[in-house]
Design a protein around this ligand. Sequence first.
Ligand code: PLP
Length: 372
Amino acid sequence: MAYLDYNATAPLRPEARRAMLEAAEAGGNASSVHAGGRRARRMIEEARERVAMLLGARPDEVVFTSGGTEANHLALLGAGADRVLVGATEHDSVRLARADAQALPVDGSGQIALEKLDAALTESAGRALVSVMLANNETGVIQPVAEVARVARRHGALVHCDAVQAIGKIAVDLRALDVDFLSLSGHKLGGPQGVGALLVRDGRMLEPLLRGGGQEFGRRAGTENLPGIAGMAAALAAALRDLAAMDTLARLRDGMEARLAALCPELRVWGRGAPRLANTSCLAMPGTLAETQVMALDLAGIEVSAGAACSSGKVRPSHVLRAMGAGEREAREAIRVSLGWASAEDDVERFVAAWAALYMRTGGQAARVAAA
Ligand code: PLP
């Protein structure tokens, strides 16, 4: 199989597996006062220091959670904001966290329209929280988060950044972005699933979602996921060590897009006009639904995602592409190819061959019929 779905979940890195096994074998509850408990506590605090140091935060600014979804909910529901403004292309775990969230439009390249943000905040009454992701999961488009924060600060608004897809692919620093809250997730980095963290800048209030224990400085009750936390910290360190390899991925990705465009002149690459993550390509084969493409590629041994698959696997028109101006049909034709730490040239070669074969069977035909 050629696995090209890193933005869904990256394969577990060996460093993360080792750290998880070590933590699972050590066992213990970090709240216990005996030696085993103290050992577990030490492992968690070492992971906290590592995560903090790697992302420009302080250890007491790291709150471990069950993943990116919970981290996003914790920020949007716990920050004490009267109203929230969220980018139109945010992940559903941000868009749907609060029913009263107001969507902020993006331009055709997928970036937040800063003047619209400014206008929305001018109209705003009460304390606002602005939530804008650092990189989009479907297109890889990178948002100008530091500028979003500058605009938000002028209006006294808080800022949350979902950095789940960006961390490990570009350099991320809590203070350089100047946001109040920042989310990360273990499994997008080559760490385990079911663990993440919210970075909470010093002095910001945060109402817990889960109560009943004093864990995580009283901000998130529940026995800590020791193997998950240790694995995520190890994966983060490995991902940042390998950051320079993103240049190689960019070359592979750009070469792939160029070859597909030569084959199919009407190919659409969403987000190509904006700064993008090096590993992500959101490609539309005109005339062929994303689910048909994903199934055909799967039969050829290539694993990719439809732009917007939900957990049931059913494909909806992508709200990300709709926000970028795609029509209903266009928003159902894009697939996402995402590379990562173990991707090789051969994976991309096999994808290009399978995509080309499918295009000749379906898309090429449909395009020719439409043009006739
Ligand atoms: N935010 C973004 C941008 C994502 O891509 C994802 C996962 O797809 C999440 C949040 C949710 O993270 P998790 O799967 O850890 O709950």
